[in-house]
Design a protein around this ligand. Structure first.
Ligand SMILES: NC(=O)c1ccc[n+]([C@@H]2O[C@H](COP(=O)([O-])OP(=O)(O)OC[C@H]3O[C@@H](n4cnc5c(N)ncnc54)[C@H](OP(=O)(O)O)[C@@H]3O)[C@@H](O)[C@H]2O)c1
Length: 262
């Protein structure tokens, strides 16, 4: 059972499109619910308003969905939730681009996927979210490929690591879980907007957060000393990075509500 939460930003017109709603559920690779909802459902053993429960699988919530024609990027697709998300999206016909830091394990996961789903459209591209240069290269390569982009699933993450700095000298959990995804999203936004405009299908950006977003440092995000080792607490730093995921998605949602790009 997963105790993670998702923050989602919607791009495009206001029309609700069932297919995307289903795919968002797949993006979590299982039911993605708040801890309170999980406890509630466990206690009462019943489905939520979506018709699904905490034990629903991604395959169950997307059954009957034909998502051919959509393109998704899934970060951290070489293991865990990212792999299952990529697998089920591919099963439903989505062209999946796996953004992975380890190309060898990414290719292994892709090969296993294609063995199971011969028609799967899956590509593997190198992406190290702890390096701003790598994020820029990935986005530049993707944008110049001319491919559309309907779904961006910001899933990759590290949890509660000892204090370390990224290649850009930023505290590693904040750099990987938030900053890399923040930059990636910004660099892919124009392509997502263009895709939404031309296809008349809403785009989705999914930030995979965590219940730990409720437990950052007492002051929230330590904007003035993000990169200081003194006072570093690995679980609070994880919570801080996951809080940033939620705030990022909230702000994207607010901006798209205020100003439609269409
Ligand atoms: N599992 C849970 O119960 C749970 C609960 C709450 C939230 N979450 C969130 O769900 C997401 C996925 O977690 P998971 O449980 O599936 O973890 P996981 O199995 O450890 O997978 C994490 C993925 O992120 C990738 N990754 C790590 N650092 C990266 C970097 N610098 N650049 C690119 N990719 C990187 C890993 O790549 P490698 O294979 O190369 O290491 C791996 O593919 C995370 O954001 C996590 O915070 C999970």
């Amino acid at each position: 059972m997963l105790a993670c939460s998702m923050a989602i930003a919607f791009l495009g017109s206001t029309a609700v499109r069932t297919i995307q709603e289903m795919l968002l559920a797949a993006a979590a690779a299982a039911a993605v619910l708040s801890l309170h909802a999980l406890l509630f459902m466990w206690f009462f053993n019943r489905n939520g308003s979506s018709g699904f429960s905490s034990s629903s699988t991604a395959e169950e919530v997307t059954r009957g969905v034909d998502a051919s024609g959509l393109t998704a990027i899934v970060t951290g697709a070489s293991s865990g939730i990212g792999t299952e998300t990529a697998r089920v999206l591919a099963l439903r016909g989505v062209h999946v681009i796996m953004g992975v830091r380890n190309m060898a394990s990414g290719r292994e996961v892709k090969d296993a996927m294609v063995r199971e789903i011969p028609a799967a459209k899956v590509d593997v591209m190198e992406l190290d979210l702890s390096s701003l240069a790598s994020v820029r290269k990935f986005a530049s390569d993707f944008n110049s490929s001319g491919r559309p982009l309907n779904l961006l699933i910001n899933n990759a993450g590290i949890m509660a690591t000892p204090f370390m700095l990224s290649k850009d000298n930023i505290e590693l959990q904040f750099a990987t879980n938030h900053l890399g995804h923040f930059l990636l999203t910004n660099l892919l936004l124009d392509t997502m907007k263009k895709t939404a405009r031309e296809s008349d299908i809403e785009g989705r950006i999914v930030n995979v957060s965590s219940e730990f977003h409720r437990y950052p440092y007492p002051e929230g995000i330590r904007f003035d000393n993000i990169n200081d080792q003194s006072g570093y607490k690995r679980f609070l730093a994880y919570g801080q990075s996951k809080l940033a995921n939620v705030l990022h998605a909230n702000e994207l949602t607010r901006r798209f509500k205020v100003s439609s790009f269409l």
